[in-house]
Design a binder for this molecule. Structure first.
Ligand SMILES: NC(=O)c1ccc[n+]([C@@H]2O[C@H](COP(=O)([O-])OP(=O)(O)OC[C@H]3O[C@@H](n4cnc5c(N)ncnc54)[C@H](OP(=O)(O)O)[C@@H]3O)[C@@H](O)[C@H]2O)c1
Length: 187
């Protein structure tokens, strides 16, 4: 093991998220016992202690799950990877993570087809001469949220990276935030 450079970061998923979650309130994930998560977290802290990873983070944690973890952890999670997009903007979670210095990483940032085809998103994209996918990535950047769009299509990989040459107005950000209807695409 010692001959491998340490990994930069490692994520632990909330085990609760694998259970069916048809109807969730804003900023909520299902709640069950978090003992498995805490046990996993302690194991991950150990990996940091041993120099095998540099940073550790969580995934699919809501505010109360983060509060519980922060009350017992030795090492604060560097990141929390969650589903985020204009249909699920999770403002409370965003504010909470910012206040605790936890970097939010968005997933499902540009894959929900209904979102890529949303007329409002299309209109904003047209105004900037950009694609809807680029607007959705830019939306995260301007909200201070990290995003790692995934594509196996070379042209889209380039497209998803060309998001630093335009700026959404405050009104456009508000319009996109206004599309929120607390919908998760990953249940
Ligand atoms: N922690 C979790 O629970 C969790 C859950 C889901 C995902 N993730 C992670 O989050 C990251 C992102 O995954 P994701 O599934 O959410 O991916 P995503 O980036 O939201 O979407 C990927 C899909 O969007 C398409 N796409 C990408 N760029 C596009 C563009 N410019 N225009 C139109 N379509 C485009 C891709 O198609 P093509 O590939 O065909 O181009 C692919 O079907 C991954 O690292 C994944 O492992 C984590």
């Amino acid at each position: 093991m010692g001959c491998f450079p340490p990994r930069k970061w490692l994520l632990v998923c909330s085990p609760e998220v694998s259970s069916p979650t048809p109807c969730l309130k804003q900023d909520q994930s299902p709640t069950k016992s978090s003992s498995t998560s805490l046990f996993s977290w302690q194991a991950m802290e150990q990996l940091v202690d041993e120099g095998l990873v540099k940073s550790v983070g969580v995934s699919n944690f809501n505010v109360s799950q983060l509060e519980r973890l922060l009350s017992v952890c030795r090492i604060k999670p560097a990141t929390n990877q969650v589903e985020l997009h204009p249909y699920l903007t999770q403002p409370q979670l965003v504010e909470y993570c910012k206040s605790k210095g936890i970097v939010l990483i968005a997933y499902r940032e540009n894959s929900p087809v209904p979102l890529l085809e949303n007329p409002m998103v299309n209109e904003i994209a047209q105004k900037h001469g950009k694609t809807s996918a680029q607007v959705l990535v830019r939306f995260h950047i301007q909200r201070g949220i990290a995003t790692i769009p995934k594509s196996i299509t070379p042209a889209r990989i380039v497209e998803n990276a060309e998001v630093y040459v335009f700026h959404l107005t405050r009104k456009e950000i508000k319009t996109l935030e206004g599309l929120d209807y607390n919908t998760r695409f990953i249940k």
